[in-house]
Design a protein around this ligand. Structure first.
Ligand code: NAP
Length: 475
């Protein structure tokens, strides 16, 4: 594969066989290589090995685990360029964004290496003189994860780091489109000294089989999923049978609000970053823009100018900021949503065309109303619908009128409004005068049908720990 200096990162590539899985570059349709496919029996064997390995891992100290994770962090950063190239080749995002994701993904290893040392229990004042009451926190056991293609590294490390820091072992099925990044991260864990069978990557085209196996297995104590709300519902239903702990990072429908007192240039900058990162394929992407009447024309004009300057192309080329969509299905969905919006009365202000291959022009729609289908659905593509509003109360109602509750954004300089609106938005995350809010130190996650649980921050570690109460009697 072109220009990858650390070839051991590609040790997962196998010869093409009847069952091996092709990995395709979405920028040009070329096959990059093949990875192995694991059947049910092979995955069950790996789960058994992960179960055995976890028992020893749980006996190590948090400091011993941290030392390995710090080395792993450093190896990700030392190989940032190779990892970024692999990611751009299989996922399509511009190289600058891939480099950013490698650093973001690595940050969870560094953060949780330290946070694992703070998995404190409690000593609780006793109500009975002959007893002492305390709690300790212990790893849940084997944790399993299913991850999406849009953040091929960060969605794995955001789960694997707290799991391993807590003393769990970790089995992950990455998205079928982006297995190379997953294997590369696992190879660096091996080089960092992580013992065998603690971080296991399984690849298959049969996601349904893996989902059922993970949920039903009595040897897996926890499922962490990032992906669509629909698949999240299926996994929760399946997990009910074994009463498994679940974390769900699901879909979003983020409102992006520009109030009449906003700094418009700052709002345009935030809108570009929030909407068009990864060609609009992130769960926290702004999905619908509510712009106050008084500043609508100014915002629309400046936003349109900024969007028309975005360069579309292969993510490996210099200056490209919009790469291809992940596959034909994603392109068709984007086209359908655009056509529906136009049929419902929207006007294409910028872009609007599907290009050759899997590329789609970054697009702005005006004359959109809150009830249009494009406002109600998660777009997951480079289309920005603009809706006018005139008062704060009706804006809050519209912003909260969705089954989702992941990220939300608004721009205002009025401190009273900032607190009022931030508190009124039914979302797990609110960006105020900022369009990119993800960081390892803050709890990432949603409310309503955007999910359960938090990733990153101290809350991220809780997801992989059980609290045990110990009562000392007869004192
Ligand atoms: P998806 O279809 O739900 O796929 C995500 C993962 O689930 C993939 O690994 C996929 O495997 C697997 N999968 C699909 N069907 C399954 C089933 N029946 N049982 C078990 N696993 C199954 O989602 P996507 O379209 O790839 O990703 C986009 C979605 O993810 C969006 O809704 C986005 O908002 C959400 N997302 C959320 C977050 C967050 O943190 N909240 C972050 C990123 C993305 P295959 O690849 O083999 O199909």
């Amino acid at each position: 594969m072109e220009n990858i200096s650390n070839m051991s990162l590609l040790s997962c590539l196998v010869e093409q066989t009847a069952s091996s899985i092709p990995v395709v570059n979405p920028a040009n349709g070329q096959t990059l290589g093949f990875v192995a496919t694991h059947d049910k029996l092979a995955i069950e064997n790996k789960i058994q090995k992960a179960k055995t390995a976890q028992k020893s891992w749980a006996k190590t100290t948090a400091k011993q685990r941290a030392d390995i994770m710090q080395r792993w962090y450093q190896l990700l950063m030392d190989n940032q360029e190779d990892l970024a190239r692999i990611m751009t080749l299989e996922q399509g995002k511009p190289l600058a964004e891939s480099r950013g994701e490698v650093a973001y993904g690595a940050s969870f290893l560094q953060w949780f290496a330290e946070e694992g040392k703070r998995a404190y229990g409690e000593t609780i004042p006793t109500p009975l003189a002959d007893r002492r009451i305390m709690t300790i926190r212990q790893p849940v056991g084997v944790a399993a994860a299913i991850t999406p293609w849009n953040f091929p590294i960060a969605m794995i490390t955001r789960k694997a780091a707290p799991a391993l820091a807590a003393g769990c072992s970790f089995v992950v099925k990455p998205a079928v489109q982006t297995p190379l990044s997953a294997y590369a991260v696992a190879e660096l864990a091996r080089q960092a000294g992580l013992p065998d069978d603690l971080l296991v990557v399984v690849t298959t085209e049969d996601a349904v089989m893996v989902g059922e196996l993970f949920c039903q297995s009595p040897d897996i104590q926890k499922i962490s999923f990032t992906g669509s709300t629909n698949v999240g519902r299926i996994l929760m239903r399946q997990s009910a049978e074994t009463v498994k702990r679940v974390s769900m990072e699901l879909g979003g429908n983020a409102p992006f609000v520009v109030f009449d007192d906003a700094d418009i240039d700052l709002a345009v900058k935030g809108a570009i970053a929030s909407k068009f990162r990864n060609a609009g394929q992130t769960c926290v992407c702004a999905n619908r823009f509510y712009v106050h009447d008084a500043v609508y024309d100014e915002f629309a004009e400046k936003f349109a100018k900024a969007v028309s300057e975005l360069k579309i192309g292969d993510g490996l080329e210099d200056g490209v900021s919009i790469g291809p969509l992940i596959d034909d299905k994603a392109k068709e969905k984007t086209q359908r949503l655009l056509q529906d919006a136009v049929n419902e009365g929207a006007t294409i202000a910028v872009g609007g065309k599907a290009l050759e291959g899997q590329f789609f022009e970054p697009t702005i729609l005006t004359n959109v109303s809150h009830t249009n289908s494009i406002v109600q659905e998660e777009i997951f593509g480079p289309i920005a619908p603009l809706i006018r509003f005139s008062d704060e109360a009706s804006l809050i109602e519209m912003a909260n009128d969705t089954i989702y509750g992941l990220a939300s954004y608004f721009y205002s300089k009025d401190i009273n409004r900032i607190f009022r609106v931030a508190e009124a938005l039914d979302y797990g995350m609110v960006g105020v005068n900022e369009g990119v809010i993800s960081t390892e130190v803050a709890p990432f996650g949603g409310v309503k049908q955007s999910g359960i649980g938090r990733e990153g921050a101290s809350q991220g570690l809780d997801e992989y720990l059980n609290t045990k109460y110990i009562c000392l009697g007869g004192m």
